[in-house]
Write a protein that binds this ligand. Structure first.
Ligand SMILES: *[C@@H]1O[C@H](CO)[C@@H](O)[C@H](O)[C@H]1NC(C)=O
Length: 496
């Protein structure tokens, strides 16, 4: 397991593990001890590579799992590589008894990297496991995608281009970008986290020409003074994914940069899922202005279908929405330890059901218009509603709960929002002030239990009953409608 924010040690660890023929699982660096404990147990990871800054979280996790000190010392490698890491080691009071990454260098025991050829190409290389379902990606999946990226995307020039991604490597899309940059020998600036001032400075200092973003980062770039203060003229290409990107935002950023002397900037986006080893679609730069909002063409070697709710094929056309199914060498092996979910997601003849509703125009450009699946995307992070619902239900005075994502135009992201039936419902429904206070109490109660991106930022509301189907499934679309109505009413009230 790799448990680290972006750092220089990260790629070394990743490539080292692959070369040694080990299967790795990537943990979110934002995880709390209970979340990490779940991933450790679920993945069965035996060795943990941890960055010094996260060492205290790991130790707490071991406490939860009842792992002894002796056992822990055999299982952990501290990801120290640069001077800053050593300073972080000191701060975390990591003693000399723990193994350091650099102690593993130069042992000279591996004469060549482990190869995965023939049938072995179908062995799992990476396991992304979280509280939502773990995804098994094989060596073939990864190679198929890297090959495809490097042959059909606008090539970066190793001599002049510099890339940067202020997004975490444990996110499959960023890990793939890291690998592609590595294979293409394009320098990549490693950014531990997105902070506008230091990131703008980084762009200037390293003359960054390409960067990856999620829409909320673009929002920040559109207004934050740091991006006025520093020299942004080297930026040529911003590429996004993870959430739909509107033309309003794209044009705003382009105008701002043009205003400050950067007329070469282009903004484009792709589409893909962890289950497809990231990108299945990519909007070529030359089409990026003409087709803003589209995720582009299907990548080579992949097939796509559009199906309706009864799984009948739909003819593509500007009016015809359907669920996107894809098939090809980048489709995952399956969900980890979850044959039922795998069977539900992949048909016997290999079609992966993305759960996203798309439209294909007459030039074969795809546009994602809706999501059938339930995951909420907060600034590129995946928030599984079922997990938050289960947590809410564990609170004594909550009888029923449903969590949905509500779109925030200001922040260009979805926000997790909860609807709750409380034991004091009768009283709360009559008293908006008490309901609001209860909502805030629930928000506070949630905070120490989950990573920050799962906070109920969209609000907590009291509802008479959670709308459900006969079989007990939450009718999320009804709740989304309700949320829209509430927002509208709020907006009207604030105007009156
Ligand atoms: C910004 O950076 C570019 C490329 O390094 C350089 O040519 C240009 O002179 C700089 N502009 C200013 C105002 O410093």
């Amino acid at each position: 397991m790799i448990f680290s924010p972006n750092s220089l040690a990260w790629p070394l660890t990743l490539f080292g593990l692959v070369a040694a023929g080990l299967r790795s699982t990537l943990a979110s660096s934002l995880y709390t001890p209970p979340e990490l404990a779940h991933q450790l147990k679920d993945s069965g990871a035996r060795m943990i590579f941890v960055h010094p800054t996260l060492f205290p979280v790991l130790i707490k996790t071991f406490g939860l799992l009842g792992i002894s000190d002796h056992e822990a010392r055999r299982r952990v490698v501290i990801m120290s590589y640069v001077d800053q890491d050593r300073a972080d080691e000191k701060a975390a009071k990591i003693g000399p008894e723990w193994t350091r990454l650099n102690e593993l260098f130069g042992e000279g025991r591996l004469h060549s990297e482990e190869l995965f050829v023939g049938d072995q190409a179908h062995e799992t290389a990476f396991l992304t496991t979280g509280l939502s379902k773990g995804v098994e990606l094989t060596h073939r999946n990864i190679i198929a995608l890297v090959t495809c990226f490097l042959t059909c995307f606008e090539k970066a020039d190793p001599k002049t281009d510099v890339t940067a991604a202020p997004l975490p490597f444990y996110h499959i899309a960023l890990m793939m970008n890291l690998m592609c940059d590595f294979v293409a020998q394009v320098p990549e600036v490693i950014v531990p986290r997105f902070e506008p001032n230091s990131f703008a400075k980084t762009i200037e200092q390293y003359k960054v020409s390409r960067m990856h973003f999620v829409p909320p980062i673009l929002v920040t770039m559109s207004f934050h003074p740091a991006f006025d203060k520093h020299n942004m003229t080297t930026l040529k290409l911003l590429s996004g994914g993870a959430a739909p990107l509107g033309d309003g935002l794209v044009n705003k950023v382009l105008a701002k940069f043009a205003d400050r002397g950067n007329n070469q900037l282009k903004i484009t986006q792709g589409y893909g899922l962890t289950e497809t080893a990231s990108q299945t679609h990519w909007l070529k730069v030359q089409d990026s202005m003409r087709k803003v909002g589209s995720v582009g063409w299907l990548l080579p070697n992949l097939q796509a279908r559009l199906v309706d709710d009864d799984e009948n094929d739909i003819k593509p056309g500007p009016e015809n929405r359907g669920e996107l199914w894809v098939r090809g060498p980048t489709v995952m092996k399956g969900y980890w330890n979850n044959p039922t979910a795998t069977k539900r997601a992949i048909t016997p003849d290999g079609w992966f059901k993305t759960g996203d509703i798309v439209i294909v125009d007459d030039e074969d450009f795809f546009r994602v218009v809706d999501r059938k699946k339930e995951l909420i995307k907060y600034k590129g992070f995946q928030v599984p509603p079922a997990e938050l619902e289960a947590l809410l239900l564990s609170k004594e005075d909550i009888l029923d709960a449903a969590v949905i994502g509500v779109q925030s135009p200001e922040e260009a992201t979805e926000l997790p929002c909860a609807y709750i039936v409380a034991s004091r419902n009768a009283e709360l429904l009559k008293d908006p002030k008490a309901a609001a206070a209860f909502g805030e109490e629930v928000q506070r109660w949630m905070k120490p239990k989950v990573s920050h991106y799962k906070y109920l930022r969209g609000g907590v509301f009291i509802i008479e009953a959670i709308p459900k189907t006969g079989s007990g499934k939450i009718l999320r679309s009804n709740l989304r409608e309700l949320a829209k109505k509430q927002r509208l009413e709020q907006a009207l009230q604030s105007r009156l």
